[in-house]
Ligand binder design. Structure first.
Ligand SMILES: [Zn+2]
Length: 341
């Protein structure tokens, strides 16, 4: 079923579908940024640079539950660090492997030629009428490539695919199609054996998910009965992020976070180090999933509310299990590690 776009993204200006939610909130699905939530739809687009837009868009695509609230959160997105070129290429390769997981599979790199980018990205304040009738699905098939790579433009995306991943590192193979009648296809590419190998050995394909929780007995039960099974069901291996010593974060904990592909932080009975660990993961470009018990949800709202934390209840741990597994899969895709039986 196709979804007609009716609105435009205040961050990247591309067409979106914005659905009203309770309490005046909106769930926005953007062709480039993916899904995010806002408390209100600002009347105008943010006047950000192309670099800031690319970073915010890439971040939102990686953190699909991100709740964009108000000025503070917008400022956070606006000031994100631009990933190094190698990191962008790795993000792109990782996304390709996630969406096209079969070895040898041909991957169609879309062409943006058929879309009037200048018109879509124009800073017009009310481009709604122009967008009406565009289908979100077909636009997203193209524009998610930009946010996968945190790329500013089609030129940068093509550079990452051909100059970096193909010519320099040999991680993909394929030729650009030039002057072909097919306006939807820029190239047909494949991930090479070297690319798969890089994914396997690099952090990109780490199967570890690190978890930071408070050292409380009650948390131990949640860890063993909920968190570990949920992570394993999503196809990953859980590891503790927190340091073993009382002083807080040790080198071992930092090393564990560096090796993992996602961090789950539970801030129930939170320690300061949990926030430090989340900051470290963020700096490393790792996605972070926040969780909190319902009793503490209110008091942590100011710190983590904008990240759309999973709120869990001791009365319904199976629901937490399912929600955590689903959030992991929505954030980094299903892992390929089989669960212990
Ligand atoms: Zn957007």
């Amino acid at each position: 079923m196709s979804t007609q776009t009716t609105d435009w993204c205040r961050i990247c200006t591309l067409p979106t579908v914005a659905k009203p939610r309770r309490g005046g909130k909106f769930a926005v699905h953007c062709a480039r940024c993916g899904e995010y939530q806002v408390d209100e739809l600002p009347a105008r687009c943010f006047e950000w640079t192309r670099e800031q837009t690319a970073n915010a868009s890439g971040y939102l695509r990686e953190h699909s539950a991100y709740r964009l609230l108000s000025t503070a959160e917008a400022e956070f997105l606006q000031n994100l660090r631009t990933p190094a070129v190698g990191d962008k290429a790795e993000k792109l390769l990782r996304a390709m492997a996630r969406f096209y997981p079969v070895a040898g599979q041909e991957i169609v790199l879309p062409s943006f030629l058929s879309i009037d980018l200048a018109q879509l990205a124009s800073r017009a304040d009310r481009p709604t009428a122009k967008h009406r009738g565009l289908e979100l699905e077909s636009l997203e098939k193209k524009f998610r490539w930009l946010s996968w790579a945190w790329a500013q433009s089609e030129e940068e995306l093509l550079y990452l695919v051909f100059d970096y991943l193909r010519d320099a590192s040999g991680h993909v193979a394929g030729e650009r199609l030039r002057g072909t009648p097919d306006e939807h296809t820029a190239a047909v590419i494949k991930i090479t054996p070297a690319g798969w190998h890089a994914l396997q050995t690099g952090r990109a394909q780490s199967t570890f998910i690190a978890v930071a929780t408070a050292p409380k007995l009650r948390m131990e039960a949640v860890w063993s009965e909920v968190i570990v099974p949920a992570i394993e069901e999503a196809g990953y291996r859980p590891t503790r992020a927190e340091g073993q010593d009382e002083k807080g974060m040790g080198d071992a904990a930092i090393a564990r976070i560096r090796r993992c592909c996602l961090l789950v932080v539970d801030v129930t009975w939170a320690r300061e180090t949990a926030y430090y660990e989340a900051g470290l993961a963020n700096g490393l470009g790792l996605p972070v999933i926040w969780t909190v018990r319902d009793h503490q949800a209110q008091e942590t709202q100011g710190d983590i509310g904008q990240y759309g934390p999973l709120v869990w209840s001791e009365q319904d741990l199976p629901a937490f299990h399912d929600a955590l597994r689903d959030r992991i899969e929505a954030t980094i895709g299903r892992g390929n590690r089989h669960r212990r039986s």
